[in-house]
Design a protein around this ligand. Structure first.
Ligand code: UD1
Length: 387
């Protein structure tokens, strides 16, 4: 059984790391030999969508992800350019050797591009984090989710809301596997290994008395005036507290021309995973427009103010510590006042966000192989031996 595991952009790396570990563990336990029908062989394919060391390589090292078997080097470009390059290059990979299952995670351009390519080549698709919906068609991620899910064979979901969305779209129960959240597997598996980032001592930060901020969504960062207003309102609303702002490359390009500076606003390069989670764990609150970070803050019990009008992860609000405060710069200060007054909710942890999602995924894949829903269609042939 050959599984392609696709990863392209930063938020993918923490989602695939535990899946690879679970596959390796399952192979050890089953005692199947490489080449046998039930051995779970995998090819880790990096699409190259994120390529800077601090957006990609550092995550592989910190999370113990093996070197990718191939890198499609798709690089920067418009959505269509990236999509086209990934599709063409992944198609070549599949023409060379077709896999039995293409496993995609999350909602980035690479997720959609590889799933479409694989499906057209007759390869089954597994979507980890399938079924979540923002209903916001201005987000490329929503288009990626819906396009991917429309051709997915096996959905590995993070929540009951996702299961319901899929059922409403006509997906049958046999295709839906509620497994939990692999991003949380990585979080829980690394809490003992966190590393204090340099900025903490440089800025003399003490526990619970600083904010962490991340911004990268086009709706917040692509318009200069809006980005400036947002950042200035956040700095004022945070009163005397420092704001640590690891800047995403997309945001950097725009910020550089704006020259926003304040003694409490501390810019850094994007941080490694172990450093970023350290910073969040000991912060007073997080201000972000990311989706994944709202899940991590929910599990860590850290208040999260999300600068978006909607979310595909509603359980971070109904159960977790997250609140949507919108993208209007005027709504920032009232939300920060609420936080400062000490009346933020404390939240609880969503079902199955317990660190075992990846093991469940691999268990389901083995069961699907056993019941014939997933068949290896190309027996492993060692071409060197055949010559
Ligand atoms: C992508 C994902 C988004 C995810 C985010 C996290 C899509 C549609 N979006 O958005 O869901 O939340 O990643 O980071 O897939 N760049 C660099 N160095 C890098 C990577 C990117 O300089 O290593 C630059 C690119 O050249 C581009 C910009 O950053 O100009 C944005 O990168 P891109 O991959 O297009 O999308 P993100 O905004 O990062």
């Amino acid at each position: 059984m050959l599984i392609d595991i696709i990863a392209g952009a930063r938020p993918n790396f923490m989602k695939i790391a535990p899946i690879i570990k679970a596959i390796e563990k399952a192979n050890k336990e089953s005692g199947e030999a490489k080449g046998s029908e039930h051995f779970l062989e995998y090819r880790l394919i990096h699409t190259g969508q994120h390529y800077d060391r601090n957006m990609s390589g550092a995550f592989f090292e910190q999370l113990g992800i093996p070197e990718p078997h191939m890198n499609l080097e798709s690089g920067s470009g418009t959505q269509a350019e990236q999509t086209g390059r990934i599709m063409t290059r992944y198609e070549e990979v599949l023409m060379d050797r077709k896999s039995d299952l293409c496993m995609v995670v999350g909602d980035v351009t690479s997720t959609m591009a590889c799933s479409i390519t694989a499906k057209k080549m007759g390869v089954k698709i597994a979507h980890v984090e399938g079924g979540i919906r923002s209903r916001d068609w201005t987000m490329p991620e929503e288009i990626n989710r819906v396009a991917t899910d429309s051709i997915t064979d096996f959905f590995f979901t993070t929540s009951e809301v996702a299961n319901k969305n899929l059922r409403n779209e006509g997906v049958s129960d046999e295709q839906i596997f509620f497994v939990g959240n692999t991003m949380i597997d990585t979080l829980l598996g690394n809490l003992e290994r966190l590393e204090k980032p340099g900025v903490v001592d440089e800025q003399n930060l003490s526990e619970g008395s600083y904010f962490v901020m991340t911004l990268h969504r086009p709706a917040n960062v692509d318009e200069e005036r809006k980005l400036k207003d947002l950042v200035e309102n956040i700095v004022e609303g945070a009163e005397d507290e420092k704001i640590i702002f690891p800047v995403h490359p997309r945001t950097r390009k725009i910020l550089d021309g704006l020259g926003i500076s304040h003694p409490n606003l501390i810019y850094t390069d994007p941080l490694g995973y172990l450093q970023f989670i350290w910073l969040v764990k000991y912060s007073r609150a997080v201000i972000t427009d990311s989706g994944g970070i709202t899940e991590e803050t929910t599990v860590m019990g850290i208040p999260c103010l999300t600068l978006r009008d909607n979310t595909e992860r509603p359980e971070t609000i109904t159960q977790g510590t997250n609140e949507l405060i919108g993208t209007n710069p005027d709504s920032v200060k009232p939300a920060l006042q609420k936080l400062m007054s000490g009346s933020w909710k404390s939240g609880s942890i969503p079902e199955k966000w317990d660190g075992k999602a990846a093991e469940r995924i691999v268990g389901h894949i083995q069961a699907l192989m056993q019941n014939g829903s997933l068949k290896p269609h190309q027996p492993f042939v060692d071409e060197e031996l055949m010559m």
